[in-house]
Design a protein around this ligand. Structure first.
Ligand code: BES
Ligand code: MN
Ligand code: ZN
Length: 520
């Protein structure tokens, strides 16, 4: 699907040769356009006069073959106050009204909606037309090939448009891999996908297998992987958008391609959904795909520990004590608390990059689903500044999270008589004890955050499928971080990196950013 941004009037958009034209309009603009003479405005105003257009964001008016409009199908959608959130709601409603319609080319008219709304619209078009095809015998891919987005002044909203396009690229890759069943998304296949992705400029990838991981001493990761016939993979992705001297942001994604629970086996109901337990890994892959497209001036490392969690004669057993890469020993009291076991070794490994920020993303606990549901991801951080930056990035990207506490008292339950710690606390505050476990593997002075995406990475029920979250949050955070890095640079050093919001810098450009002082 290709997006194009154009400066046009509504009268001009009405002449676009597209199969369907969607017109979004904020209430205020609607009220002010009472006397406009273009065919769409006249039609909408006549409906308002006849009280045929309801009040409310996402309310629609539809027409077929309206005189003066070239597109066969015309959909008008009320965008409320014109904010990104309401524009998104309106766009999703408009896209839903096109379900089943054979639309190959789509026109969207957004008028004077702002940068954030344009970003949200691009993403909503993609979300509303997504189709999973990988394991269908007769694939029915999305029909829309081309989307023309018309606005009053393209220059004003271009940065939002480009960030939206990059986010779509990343979100769709994340969805693709998270949706694939576990027999079509093994650790090996996931690593191959990362290597394929790394062919893009500015990206590189290294993949470690069982023997290398053993040499590194990742005893906790190995313990989870040992019950499966599928060999583990440890994926190291790199994006270089700034000078090598700029400390990277390191992202760590949980890559359990299937979580049976191991010997502490899960009940059968809905166990299929544990194919989504690599949602954190998928979001890291997706974020790298997006980075390759929008090329912000910073460095990012992505780490993905990936394996299956299976019961078998070789599987780790409750009570087994394993030695993590950090040297700390862990009593595996519940083999279903496996995510923290693979992440703790990846967090130890991550610190060799001396990250300016270290962020892990994981479908870590059922307790997080109970606490926050599918609306906000759980956010934990040992640093207020980083927590705020991530929360604000989530707000801007409409990919929300909410900070939860890390008081040391929550770690009480992790005490063990036979190892330095157990891998589970009690029944209470399971989302927090999981975060406290991870924190034991992060140096106190290392800025670290943990996103528990168990509730937001996929939807259950009739709409079962991956959401691609939190690619939007992560990309927004990284683009913002690049802007902060640029602001840190000494003023007299001429920067060749484009201002970060102006994404889609020319190839190679961003890579020539001058040296920046390391943070901290
Ligand atoms: N992958 C699950 C977490 C999960 C469960 C995500 C349900 C989404 C929906 C994780 O590995 C897990 O099993 N966690 C356990 C931890 C417990 C044993 C302390 C859980 O949440 O039940
Ligand atoms: Mn588990
Ligand atoms: Zn899991």
């Amino acid at each position: 699907m290709n997006f194009e941004l154009k400066s046009v009037s509504l009268a001009q958009a009405a002449e676009w040769e597209v199969d369907a034209l969607l017109v979004l309009c904020a209430d205020e603009v609607l009220a002010a356009s009472r006397h406009a003479q273009d065919p769409v405005s006249v039609w909408v105003q006549s409906a308002i006069a006849a009280k045929d257009l309801e009040e409310g964001t996402g309310k629609l008016l539809q027409a077929y073959g309206l005189p003066g409009v070239t597109a066969r199908r015309l959909v008008f959608a009320r965008a409320g106050d014109g904010s990104a959130a309401q524009s998104r709601k309106a766009m999703l409603a408009a896209m839903a009204s096109l379900k089943g319609a054979k639309v190959k080319s789509l026109g969207v008219y957004a008028g004077s909606l702002g940068v954030a709304s344009v970003n949200a619209l691009v993403q909503a078009v993609a979300e509303g037309s997504y189709a999973y095809t990988a394991t269908k015998s007769v694939p029915q891919p999305r029909l829309i090939r081309r989307v023309d987005l018309g606005v009053t002044d393209a220059g004003v909203v271009r940065s939002g448009f480009e960030l939206g396009c990059a986010t779509v690229r990343g979100t769709e890759l994340a969805k693709e891999w998270a949706n694939r069943p576990a027999n079509h998304a093994t650790p090996k296949l996931l690593a191959e996908a990362a290597q394929q992705l790394a062919k893009k400029p500015h990206l590189s990838c290294e993949v470690l297998g069982p023997s290398e991981v053993e040499k590194l001493g990742m005893g906790a990761f190995l313990a989870v992987a040992q019950g499966s016939d599928q060999p583990l993979r440890f994926i190291v992705l790199k994006y270089q958008g700034a000078s090598k001297s700029v400390a990277p942001v390191v992202l760590v994604g949980k890559g359990i391609t299937f979580d049976t629970g191991g010997i502490s086996i899960k009940p059968a109901a809905e166990m299929d959904e544990m194919k989504f337990d690599m949602g954190g890994a998928a979001s890291v892959l997706g974020t790298f795909a997006a980075l390759a497209e929008c090329r912000p001036a910073l460095n990012v490392v992505g780490l993905i520990p990936s394996c299956e969690n299976m019961p078998s004669g070789r599987a780790v057993k409750p009570g087994d004590v394993v030695t993590s890469m950090s040297g700390q020993t862990i009593e595996v009291l519940n083999t279903d608390a496996e995510g923290r076991l693979i992440l703790c070794d990846a967090l130890t490994y991550a610190q060799r990059f001396e990250p300016r920020a270290l962020v892990d993303i994981a479908t870590l606990t059922g307790a997080c689903v109970i606490a926050l549901g599918g609306v906000r991801a759980g956010l934990f951080s040992n640093q207020d500044e980083l927590a705020q930056q991530l929360q604000e990035a989530g707000n801007a990207a409409l990919d929300l999270c909410w900070r939860l506490p890390l008081d040391d008292d929550y770690a009480e339950g992790l005490k063990s008589n036979f190892a330095d710690m157990g891998n589970v606390g009690g029944r209470q505050a399971g989302v927090v004890t999981a975060a406290k476990f991870l924190q034991k593997f992060v140096q106190p002075e290392q800025a670290w955050a943990h996103l528990d995406i168990a509730g937001v990475a996929w939807k259950s029920g009739a709409a079962k499928g991956a959401t691609g979250r939190p690619v939007g949050l992560l990309l927004q955070y990284l683009v913002d971080e690049a802007a902060r890095i640029a602001a840190e640079l000494p003023a007299r050093v001429e920067t060749t990196a484009k201002p970060v919001k102006a994404v889609k810098a020319k190839a190679g450009r961003a890579a020539k950013a001058p040296k920046a002082a390391k943070k901290g």
